[in-house]
Write a protein that binds this ligand. Structure first.
Ligand code: C2E
Ligand code: CA
Ligand code: CA
Length: 535
């Protein structure tokens, strides 16, 4: 008869279960999905009651934890693992490290680490064949205790794995305080399909772990799509039903012999010009800066096939170049879709330059954006890119962006007015400008900008030109009066004015443009150097 035992029944039969192997251990392989080889295994506790059948760990483990029996049970599991490893060593098999689960109640038990060391000594198993899995929930109520246990395990040579990473909201905080060696990322905690938000979160986490130089094992992997996806983002170690359910000892030994094995390698090489780990800590200075002080910024990966994936953006990034897209729209879209081939090439070239120089590189690219609410738009973006990390098959970039569409359009308008004032540029030493009578805005020609250092747009003209001394003080009032006359509708104005600090005489002219009702719109100004004899 299959039956779930209630709490009392579990407690009453616990001692007998331990004694008679009703409680036993199963093993689930950890596989390198890139090679199919076994890199380790996890020991999991099982309880099969002779009458009531299999009991679920999710049900009996909390009962054992509540009643302080979990330590005894976990030490039993650990002893079984040591016994198996000893046996396999003696039989000359290739073996893999086996991890065992450490409950947070084991951590509260001061002697726990001493107890496992006693057992390990009894079976004389090298510590490299044993690994500890702890869960982030062990840090509930403070990280100090667990962190001291982790240190103690490290001193003894154990590799410590962080179990169920991603299950708690504080994962990142726990990680920064706990010096774990491997992270186990449970796919089941990250709901949502891997193509959508779930995938974005997973890839961000994997990326972050690369920055921390910590290998990741994905657990709960049930489908080949999940496994391939994880491999594609750089996480090749996998534990889950896809490769194997937890199996009993005999079957595990068969697998050990039939599946080739290899060690869990270190995380991919990473060169880093900044402490990227801090970047993911929500309370770090780096994050504060990222969100508040740097303008539009993003972090993205660029892989060797030319694929770009945005991992993180700040709010100002959305304001700057996002139009009315949401953060999610941006994270989920292929950023290269908005580039045409020419601009794509400019961008790629800049990335390649930044990889070589390991320094900041800049470029200007036009992008064609589309959003549901605002329709289409073409914008010009100035990007400052810097490579901040490199893994086996991809680069990590930090970019700052500026939307320079307005400035670009202004320059284009200037080209246009420059063309209209062709007469001015055809002559040597002629300067030209356009004065908007309504707004008092002045747009100088390129030569004015180049020779006189003027910006593309001067407001409240002519005051700024008087201020910087292009028009000398004794001519200022006369020049102001010209602009009053333009407002009143005078058609042309001209005179000789000594310009700039050098007081070089120029022939200055204005011609007014009127609308169909005779209202003055614009005045076109020019200043031509007075040639000898003219004055
Ligand atoms: P866990 O440490 O996260 O163990 C992984 C669980 O995921 C196992 O459940 C395993 O059978 C299951 N699993 C593995 N691959 C897949 C998959 O592809 N799909 C699905 N749906 N599940 C998969 P299990 O054995 O039922 O253990 C549940 C939990 O009980 C463990 O979670 C662990 O927290 C605890 N536990 C198990 N054995 C021990 C032990 O010896 N000591 C302690 N303290 N806790 C244990
Ligand atoms: Ca585990
Ligand atoms: Ca787990």
């Amino acid at each position: 008869m299959e039956k779930r035992m209630n709490e009392q029944e579990l407690l009453d039969s616990f001692d007998e279960a331990l004694l008679n192997n009703h409680i036993f251990v199963v093993y689930q392989p950890k596989i390198n999905h890139a090679t199919g080889r076994m890199v380790g295994a996890e020991a999991l506790m099982r309880w099969r009651h002779p009458e009531y059948g299999m009991q679920f760990p999710s049900e009996f483990i909390p009962v054992l934890e509540k009643s302080n029996l979990i330590c005894k049970a976990d030490l039993y599991v650990f002893e079984q693992v040591c016994r198996l490893q000893r046996k396999c060593i003696d039989e000359g098999r290739h073996i893999v490290p086996i991890s065992f689960n450490m409950s947070r109640y084991d951590i509260y038990n001061n002697n726990y680490v001493d107890e496992i060391e006693k057992i390990r000594a009894k079976y004389d198993v090298p510590v490299k064949y044993l690994r500890v899995e702890i869960t982030e929930s062990s840090a509930v109520g403070g990280v100090e205790l667990i962190s001291s246990v982790v240190d103690k395990l490290h001193e003894l040579g154990y590799i410590v794995e962080m179990d169920d990473f991603g299950s708690g909201y504080s994962s990142l905080n726990v990680l920064k305080d706990l010096n774990v060696d491997i992270i186990k990322l449970d796919m089941r905690f990250l709901s949502g399909d891997i193509g959508g938000r779930g995938g974005t979160i997973i890839s961000s986490i994997v990326q972050m772990t690369k920055w921390l130089n910590t290998p990741v094992i994905a657990e709960g992997v049930e489908t080949i799509e999940q496994a391939d996806y994880m491999k594609s983002i750089g996480c090749k170690y996998i534990q889950g039903y896809l490769y194997s359910k937890p199996v009993e000892e005999k079957e595990f030994i068969e697998k050990l012999d039939s599946i080739e094995h290899e060690p869990v390698g270190p995380a991919m090489d990473l060169i880093s010009t900044m402490d990227a780990g801090k970047f993911w800590n929500p309370e770090s200075l780096e994050t504060l800066i990222f969100n508040n002080y740097v303008g539009g910024a993003a972090i993205f990966t660029y892989n060797k096939n030319g694929k770009i994936e945005i991992l993180r953006i700040n709010q100002k990034y959305i304001k700057e170049v996002g139009m009315n897209q949401t953060e999610l729209d941006i994270l989920n879209s292929d950023p290269l879709n908005s580039f045409d081939d020419e601009n794509k090439k400019i961008y790629y070239d800049t990335l390649e330059r930044a990889i070589k120089s390991e320094d900041e590189e800049t470029c200007e690219t036009w992008r064609h954006l589309y959003s549901d609410c605002c329709g289409e738009d073409t914008i010009c973006v100035k990007s400052f890119v810097r490579m901040i990390g490199r893994t086996e098959d991809q680069y990590i970039f930090y970019t700052m962006v500026q939307n320079i569409t307005k400035e670009k359009k202004m320059y284009e308008d200037l080209y246009e007015s420059e063309r209209r004032f062709r007469f001015a540029s055809e002559q040597v030493n002629v300067y030209a400008w356009e004065y908007d009578i309504d707004t008092k805005e002045m747009r100088p020609c390129f030569r004015c900008m180049r020779d006189l250092g003027l910006p593309p747009l001067l407001k409240n003209y002519p005051e700024p030109a008087i201020e910087v001394g292009i028009f000398p003080p004794d001519y200022a009032d006369m020049y102001r009066d010209w602009h009053k006359q333009l407002e009143e509708g005078v058609g042309t104005l001209e005179g000789i004015i000594p310009l700039t600090v050098g007081r070089v005489p120029f022939h200055v002219r204005y011609t007014t443009e009127f609308d169909e009702n005779g209202k003055p719109l614009k005045a076109y100004g020019s200043a031509a150097l007075v040639v000898d004899g003219e004055a």
